[in-house]
Design a protein around this ligand. Structure first.
Ligand SMILES: Cc1cc2nc3c(=O)[nH]c(=O)nc-3n(C[C@H](O)[C@H](O)[C@H](O)COP(=O)(O)OP(=O)(O)OC[C@H]3O[C@@H](n4cnc5c(N)ncnc54)[C@H](O)[C@@H]3O)c2cc1C
Length: 296
């Protein structure tokens, strides 16, 4: 099948080691990584690819645990350019591959308030929508107006925000859809007002998260009415470690790669935490991190 890939303007890389891109620094190879040059290139690829080719779309790999056997078929990552972003009076339209922090910085330059409370989340706009990324008092869904996508057969789709019923850490975008752009609501604020939110969020992150370590953020979703980290601590899991996969000593809902962890170490650690938390509290934690690929 890999010999029948359509001609594209972007780039194919065969046997790409995904751990080189993954924030956790683990994961095997994908058969082929496709980096489309632009969204037309992506559409053309999807319309002409072999029918049986498995497709996985990834953003900045900041919320994924890619297993050691890697991903079969084709992994697609989107163009990260901000050049196509359009800033209108009360909205902005941006490509899904853009890195959230860059979008926020551009909004700041233009005195536009939009999703600045998501500063420090190291994902793409598409990944933020797929995950409904957020902090305790704000989620991307709060400013989302609509999403455009393209299905794995190359058909264009548009979803109004009200049609997709986004949930806590789940954008509820149908399977088999690549998010390609989004329209976000904006309003005017002064630079000082925007910076106040940015500084406050960044300070909280600095004081409570393992900045600079290999991690994929919160491992588990917060159950209703309680924080996952409180349950992890109550179950005495805050010092657990398997190989180089460890519970962070800064925030026990974050797992960190201390050097040469394997995805299997993280998988076993996640399983162990879930079991111990359930034994102690009868709460079954649900993963926020998206586990993808095959075991070796
Ligand atoms: C240090 C750190 C701090 C973090 N803090 C937060 C936080 O405060 N709040 C929070 O919510 N998250 C946080 N995260 C997690 C993560 O950054 C977010 O979930 C982010 O939105 C993921 O975006 P991504 O582009 O990296 O997606 P990826 O990790 O690449 O993918 C995540 C999921 O989205 C899907 N996806 C990605 N792009 C697309 C697309 N274009 N179309 C369709 N599906 C797509 C993937 O298939 C996958 O299922 C943190 C992570 C780290 C490392």
């Amino acid at each position: 099948m890999l010999h029948e890939l359509p001609k594209v303007y972007g780039e194919y890389v065969f046997n790409f080691p995904l751990k080189d891109l993954s924030f956790l620094g683990v994961g095997g190879v994908c058969d082929v990584l496709f980096r489309p040059k632009n969204y037309d290139d992506l559409a053309c690829f999807l319309r002409n690819k072999p029918n049986e080719l498995e497709i996985t779309v990834l953003g900045n790999l900041s919320n994924v645990l890619i297993l050691d056997g890697g991903i079969r078929g084709c992994v697609i990552t989107l163009p990260k350019s901000l050049d196509d972003a359009i800033f209108l009076q009360n909205k902005l339209i941006a490509g899904a591959g853009v890195i959230l922090t860059q979008l926020i910085r551009r909004c700041l330059e233009l005195n536009i308030s939009c999703c600045e409370k998501l500063i420090g989340i190291p994902g793409t706009l598409g990944g933020a929508i797929a995950m409904n990324a957020g902090i305790p008092d704000f989620e991307i869904s709060d400013v989302l107006e609509s999403v455009t996508g393209i299905d794995f057969n190359g058909h264009n789709l548009v979803f109004a925000k009200d049609d997709i019923n986004m949930q806590y850490r789940d954008g509820c975008i149908p399977e088999g859809v690549v998010i390609i752009s989004a329209t976000l609501k904006t309003h005017h604020k002064t630079e000082k007002e925007i910076m106040k939110d940015i500084d406050s969020v960044l300070l909280k992150r600095k004081n409570s998260q393992p900045i600079g370590q290999k991690t994929c953020g919160s491992t588990f979703k917060n159950p209703i009415g309680i924080k996952a980290w409180q349950l992890i601590k109550a179950a005495n899991c805050d010092k657990l470690r398997i190989g180089d996969a460890a519970v962070s000593d800064v925030h026990c809902n974050f797992l960190v790669n201390l050097g040469n962890a394997k995805a299997l170490d993280f998988l076993c650690l996640i399983k162990m935490i879930k079991e111990k938390v359930f034994e102690k509290t009868e709460v079954l934690l649900e993963e926020e991190v998206v586990i993808i690929g095959e075991n070796l």
